[in-house]
Design a protein around this ligand. Sequence first.
Ligand SMILES: NC(=O)c1ccc[n+]([C@@H]2O[C@H](COP(=O)([O-])OP(=O)(O)OC[C@H]3O[C@@H](n4cnc5c(N)ncnc54)[C@H](OP(=O)(O)O)[C@@H]3O)[C@@H](O)[C@H]2O)c1
Length: 249
Amino acid sequence: MRFDGKTAIVTGGSEGIGFAIAEGLAGAGARVVLVARREDVLKQAVDALGENASYVVGDVLDDDTARRAVAHAVDTYGSLDLLVSNAGTLMPGAVAEQPLEQIDAMIGTNLRGPISFVRHAAPAMGDSSAVVIVSSATGRMPMAGQGIYGATKAALNYLVPTWAMELAPKGIRVNGVCPGGTYTPALRAAISAIPGLDDITVRTNLIKRIANPSEIAHPVLTLLDNSVSGYVTGSVWDIDGGYQRGRTG
Ligand SMILES: NC(=O)c1ccc[n+]([C@@H]2O[C@H](COP(=O)([O-])OP(=O)(O)OC[C@H]3O[C@@H](n4cnc5c(N)ncnc54)[C@H](OP(=O)(O)O)[C@@H]3O)[C@@H](O)[C@H]2O)c1
């Protein structure tokens, strides 16, 4: 796959799954704009990606972050062709007991954030552009203790085909992915907060291990590449080691 001449925005591109996607894009010739809150981590990521990468510091909770990121991509590189909405946060807790601030943070980051980015990016994107939304296997199957997180991701799974319908006339394809457990800073933090989470994650999928970020990034790149996935839009791919079958079978 090659992305020469294409410009991509990757939210949450400084670490974890987002960084693996950005690395794949930059390695295949794309110019990449990373968006995240911590500038020191963004700087390290851009240094690792090389001269065709830059960053915008901001919280996806803030609608202005999306506006600034799109303006940066167009002003710096002359176009915006690819959007990967990946930034997300998981704060475990029972729905009835979780503090409202955490509920607002998850809805804002995981749902309002992608909505802002698609709203600002779509008008700047031309024919043969592509969007990938990073959702979650938890958005497919409810899990006690992850109700609000799962609800935000289920909402994204609903929005992906909606956006595909709304943006098809502009030549923009919109797809999503639902990763299962993937070794990233977020999962490592969750495993240390919830003893046994890694065992549960391994037991409930068919491949019997946790994914590496590159195993999520490769299908995302496939969806972004018009030359291989030009006929795919409105779909949400499960990249979860068979998690749904593992939990039910
Ligand atoms: N890892 C898994 O097992 C797993 C499974 C299913 C789905 N997912 C989904 O995959 C996506 C990436 O997860 P990950 O595990 O790679 O997470 P991660 O390791 O915590 O990385 C998250 C990235 O997003 C950025 N970010 C977080 N909140 C942000 C905000 N409000 N505004 C701007 N940037 C923000 C972080 O940078 P800053 O902190 O500097 O902002 C970082 O670059 C998320 O949507 C997550 O729900 C992950």
